[in-house]
Design a binder for this molecule. Sequence first.
Ligand code: ATP
Ligand code: MG
Length: 405
Amino acid sequence: MKLEAFPLEFQGAMPILRKLQDAGYEAYYVGGSVRDILLNKPIHDVDIATSAFPAEVKELFPRTIDVGIDHGTVMVITKETTYEVTTFRTESTYQDYRRPDHVEFVRSLKEDLKRRDFTINALAVGIDGTVIDLFDGLADLRNKILRAVGNPYERFHEDALRMMRALRFVSHLGFTLEPDTFEAIQEYHSLLAKISVERINVEFVKLMMGSFREAGLHSFVESDCYIYCPGLRNYREGLLNFAKLRGPAIPTERQAWTLLMTLLDFDSAAIRHFMKEWKCSNQLIKEVIQMVPALQFRLENDWDNWTLYQLGRELALSVEYLLQYFEQKPNLEKVRLLYQFLPIYSLKDLAVKGNEVMENFDYPRGPWISTTLNRLEQAVVAGKLENNKRALLNFAEDFLKKEMP
Ligand code: ATP
Ligand code: MG
């Protein structure tokens, strides 16, 4: 089979492949971009594989960076962009179910394709457009089947992360797991315990965000892989409820975690603990801890100024979008308008500052200052108080008369 037309991304990389070939080496487009082109999907990164060893690649191109030299990857810098060029390699003697003990550079494309995870990821394309298909990946692409290259038991035993990759490909592509491949995942699911949480996290997030989320999550549950992921062991039902949600692919990571936490019915403390176990960033945890209660609120109420103000524009829009997963219709434009017409956007916009409050009233420095500011902030945001100095100080005076002995 030959590619009819080269996508722009491949055309951009063409001079690199040509230069390698002119120097007597083999060079191919490989990996996810080949798969995605054949599926007519947009591609993100173009991977190039070559028979040239890393030192030979570096000799050919004036500007390179060693990004993963031990694994044979050299980044070639062109005027427009950068490309990862990786030497054909085999990976041998996996002793800990996760990383190869060492990689060996080889001159054979076949050896390189053999170590790849799934047949649909083991295709190569030459500069003339010829698709090299040594493991029947094209037939599997056509039939929408995800099949391990070689013996699935051996392949998952070598690197258990491949099981999570399989499930996320199900979720993204809507492919069916070939029966032996699925059985091997079921059999070896517990090996996931050997994989670093960071690597599982990447795949799990992609799994949650796929267009075929339901199928992906089902396979995740039915293969028992969830049991060996942080904090999920007791949440089979919750995961199946998550799988049942109707609606398009979840656009962002924070929305994915927010939906998961909502379906598992976690409170803030539980969310923090769970997401820490998943090694999520503090920023992400903070956002999800704000979004989950906001979503619960929004499912039962219209927005009010204070909730919108506290959440901020982006998170509020993010929450509003999630209504559709609960059979309610999001109105993003309305949220934009409501937000736009908030009287202030942060404490900085308040027409008096803390020191002014302090100077205007004759009390010793203390927590009353921030309590007062907070009251002013709430009253202004709610539209009950005008944001000008005189109105604010009058309000503060009344408030303090009542509050301070
Ligand atoms: P994506 O579209 O998400 O980038 P991808 O298939 O390109 O998917 P990458 O992680 O970018 O995934 O890997 C590029 C290629 O490297 C894969 O297509 C596959 O051929 C190979 N590969 C990646 N991870 C593994 C693994 N754990 N075991 C074997 N081969 C792998
Ligand atoms: Mg990729």
